[in-house]
Design a protein around this ligand. Structure first.
Ligand SMILES: [Zn+2]
Length: 342
């Protein structure tokens, strides 16, 4: 099969469009003929290499897959050949106490497609049967591939970790990112007032189309000052963080008393300071969040299928141009998802 493969870590140029062996099918797995694979920042980290994370080389990246079932293993009972599916990116053991409780993102053996196992930047990918999710028939392949990782992450952050309530004020950073554009829609669906941040007026206009109530251009405005102005000096109930070092101080300073900051990433760096006096006297909560559960993704897909939530595709590249697509994602000029068409 054709695949995007890298033999060593580095810049986008290490990604090669080449021949690779078709994945071996195990009894509980399905083989998916990939139609589209969306990119995530995780793909950039995996390609560059992470300290203490031994990514098997050569490696096929890609976590977000939509496609058609090509083959099924002998023990597969709920999926048939030819069926269209969206794949849940998180591959967990299915046997540990966390998995049995439905908390597969707490599984100690969990990884993502395209992280410690080969992913979907290829004509075929192997996945466990339980990772097959119902295909939203109102979407094309590229749109379907743009859903799983970012919507599952945003849902887990807002609903499960931060326990967002109707009427609350929320500051969402990175409106143009995949996870940001998902968070705006989820927060609006649950009745929050959304203040969002981006670096261009064009992106902010698109954020408003998605439902954002107030927008801040961080290149011309100071985030914490604008939040104070918009909220009458109170601050927001929730800050949705994934940017990291560059925005951390503004994020903390934007919280109302008893506010919650929830974070799933650190795109700009992971060094952050917390003034403990501020933390305890204002009774703030700092919440970490990682991926989401398959059952949360089932909930997301129901809302996608009825048009309540929609994936935002910025640009589609052919699989062979994965290196160009990575460079484009690294430039942060997109609004929504960058997707490879296979
Ligand atoms: Zn497990």
């Amino acid at each position: 099969m054709k695949a995007i493969l890298f033999h060593q870590h580095g810049g986008p140029e290490v990604l090669k469009y080449t021949d690779a062996p078709e994945p071996m099918l195990r009894t509980g797995d399905v083989l998916v003929r990939v139609k589209a694979c969306a990119l995530n920042h995780l793909d950039l980290w995996v390609r560059r290499g992470l300290p203490n994370v031994p990514i098997p080389l050569p490696h096929i990246p890609g976590s977000d897959v939509a496609g058609e079932i090509a083959k099924i293993g002998a023990d597969v009972t709920t999926i048939r050949v030819g069926q269209r599916v969206v794949l849940a990116p998180l591959v967990s053991c299915g046997k540990c106490p966390a998995c049995l409780a439905g908390l597969d993102n707490h599984c100690r053996q969990a990884t993502n497609l395209g992280y410690l196992v080969d992913g979907g930047c290829a004509e075929f990918v192997r996945a466990p049967e339980v990772n097959c999710l119902p295909y939203p028939e109102n979407l094309n392949w590229e749109e379907a591939a743009a859903i799983p990782l970012v919507f599952q992450t945003a849902w887990h952050m807002l609903i499960t970790r931060a326990e967002l309530q109707p009427g609350e004020d929320i500051l969402i950073l990175g409106a143009g990112s995949g996870v940001g554009s998902a968070a705006i829609q989820i927060a609006k669906f649950f009745g929050a007032r959304v203040i969002t941040v981006a670096g261009s007026d064009e992106k902010l206009a698109k954020a408003k189309e998605l439902g954002a109530d107030q927008v801040i251009n961080y290149k011309t405005q100071k985030i914490r000052d604008e939040v104070r102005r918009i909220t009458n000096k109170r601050g927001v109930d929730i800050v949705f963080e994934h940017v990291g070092s560059v925005t951390w101080e503004d994020s903390l300073a934007s919280l109302a008393p008893t506010g919650r900051l929830v974070t799933c990433g650190a795109t700009t760096g992971y060094d952050a300071k917390v003034d403990l006096r501020f933390l305890f006297s204002r009774q703030l909560s700092l919440l970490g969040s990682y991926m989401g559960t398959k059952s949360e993704l089932h909930a997301v897909l129901k809302l996608v299928a009825t048009g309540k939530l929609k994936p935002i595709v910025d640009h589609v590249f052919p699989l062979a141009e994965a290196a160009t697509a990575h460079a484009y994602l690294e430039s942060s000029s997109q609004f929504g998802k960058v997707v490879l068409s296979v």
